[in-house]
Write a protein that binds this ligand. Sequence first.
Ligand code: SF4
Ligand code: MG
Length: 335
Amino acid sequence: TKPLLKVENLKKYFPVKKGLLGKTVGYVKAVDDVSFYVNEGETLGIVGESGCGKSTTGRMLMRLLEPTEGKVEFDGKDLTSLTSEEMRKTRRDIQMVFQDPYASLNPRHTIEKILEEPLVVHGIDNSKERKKKVREFLEIVGLSAYHAKRYPHQFSGGQRQRIGIARALMTNPKLIIADEPVSALDVSIQSQVLNLMQDLQKDFNLTYIFIAHDLGVVRHISDRVGVMYLGKMVEIAESEQLYAQPLHPYTKALLSAVPVPDPNHQKEQILLEGDIPNPANPPSGCTFHTRCPAKMDICMKAIPKLFEQYSGHSVACHLYSELSGNDIKQMEGSL
Ligand code: SF4
Ligand code: MG
């Protein structure tokens, strides 16, 4: 396995403007120095509450949103250095599936037209071949060829997400970024769509980035999971490792809210105090300190860096920092 995607020090700062002249008075650090990789054929789950920067990260990977800083290396190419024309061509290899398929499917277009569009945009196949492919892919995602002439409103939510997935597959991409693809669906439908995505991953050798707001949804689909809080990656590990031994207090709290099959093994839910702070005015030091049940004095002063605690398991928290206890004491003395 080799990384298909490598993200280094990715940042997105949105200026905060004030007054009649729109003077920039500060920045919302929506994504603040995020680094990770995704190996070919694997699924990386990215989890966090709304506003943590996970969707912004996803959109920057495709340059639907320009990064403020950082590097996105995909398939050996630095995407941030491509011209818009080169980027446009590269998008056939990276596709997105969105949370709300209804909003992302043009209501006035037939399914045929919707699924054909990415092929038209990228100049793939002639009209006859495209129409044949549309019908093939409808079957592949569990719909029928005769659905091609229908309109989005004639489908259920789950069927619409199947259409969204078919559309993402049309150009034969390598990477699919799925931004909360099942969050709007009933629980019973969720698992059908997740199963479909897993089958497609094998059949088409796909790599996934799967964005979700809770750890329950990504558990079975992800090989590795990253947890984001206020624009930062606070923990990342192989799934089994993360669920068995979460390190970051935020991950622990998120995980305590995920129901387990056997209620006798349900851990007591860790309720976090307060809301997510305003990202325009984040807390000092560790931005989680205002809600952290384990916070120490140093947490308000020093920003914890993401640090590899165990092989493949990194965490950004002073409880596990690369500094020894003595170093921390010294540092606190000097602050
Ligand atoms: Fe909590 Fe401190 Fe760790 Fe932040 S650095 S998560 S405040 S213990
Ligand atoms: Mg989002």
